[in-house]
Ligand binder design. Structure first.
Ligand SMILES: Nc1ncnc2c1ncn2[C@@H]1O[C@H](COP(=O)(O)OP(=O)(O)OP(=O)(O)O)[C@@H](O)[C@H]1O
Length: 248
């Protein structure tokens, strides 16, 4: 069954399931050795660990961009190792929204054009976005407004390169959320912000994830964020390749 035909999953199907996964970058020592990890639908999970502990690599594995040396990773009940490259691409674009570390916004596009981008690669997300709004533009504007970028038409006309880091982060969040993907993955998107802005952004993100029924996987080295999440996974503790004691 192609991933675009993945049926709606009940809450009992884990959004992510990893078993016996090992991963090393070519020519390097083992980076990840995870016996078991399961993330249920609706969880708000913080994956914490110091710089270099493998957080971004783990996200690459979960999105099927990297392949494990051993073990099995399932996303929405689909073992990634059973899918070809094109099927993994479909699974990713249809069901996963990303907020990247550096946001990866396209500077020559407007805010709204950046936000609707995932719907150009995923018919499913386009359909879902149009299910709740009269047009993709209207849905993009709704998300931008909910994430605190409404109010000023001047702002919407600016190139994204002229936005502050906090504003770019909100555009990146709206882009990840459009079309209500089941899984939202955020790779340390708040590290450039002060503590108040970080918490404000996270609360908006949580509200939007809840509205879209999206499970949130948020990666950070920042311990102060822990109380905000429903579950905290300490990567060095989970990881047999680099247990806590061996990482400075
Ligand atoms: N593209 C790559 N090619 C080769 N090795 C890499 C690559 N990306 C990461 N690594 C290696 O994997 C290790 C873990 O990197 P990773 O980015 O997964 O950690 P991280 O916990 O996300 O770090 P940070 O918090 O600094 O972003 C790095 O020390 C590096 O040696």
């Amino acid at each position: 069954m192609p991933p675009s035909a993945i049926p709606a999953q009940g809450d009992a199907t884990p959004v992510i399931s990893m078993t016996g996964v090992t991963f090393a970058w070519p020519g390097q020592a083992s980076l990840l050795d995870i016996e078991r990890l399961e993330i249920a639908a609706g969880e708000r999970v913080l994956i914490r660990g110091p710089s270099g502990s493998g957080k971004t690599s783990l996200l690459g594995l979960l999105g099927g961009v990297l392949l494990p040396n051993q073990g099995s990773i399932s996303v929405l009940g689909h073992p990634l190792e059973t899918l070809g490259n094109a099927e993994r691409d479909h699974l990713r674009s249809d069901h996963i929204g990303y907020i990247f570390q550096m946001f990866n916004l396209l500077p020559y596009l407007s805010l709204v054009e950046n936000v609707v981008l995932p719907t150009r690669f995923s018919g499913r997300r386009k359909e879902r976005a149009l299910g709740s709004a009269p047009s993709l533009q209207a849905e993009a504007l709704r998300l931008l407004e909910h994430l605190g970028l409404g109010g000023s038409p001047d702002l919407l006309d600016k190139p994204v390169s002229a936005l502050s880091i906090g504003q770019q982060q909100r555009v990146a969040a709206a882009r990840a959320l459009i079309g209500a993907p089941e899984l939202l993955i955020a790779d340390e998107p708040t590290s450039a912000l002060d503590a108040d802005s970080r918490e404000r952004f996270l609360r908006l993100l949580f509200d939007e994830c809840a509205a879209a029924h999206s499970t949130l996987l948020f990666v950070s080295h920042d311990r102060s964020l822990e109380p905000l999440f429903s579950r905290v996974i300490d990567l060095p503790q989970l990881n047999r390749a680099h247990p806590r004691s061996t990482i400075a």
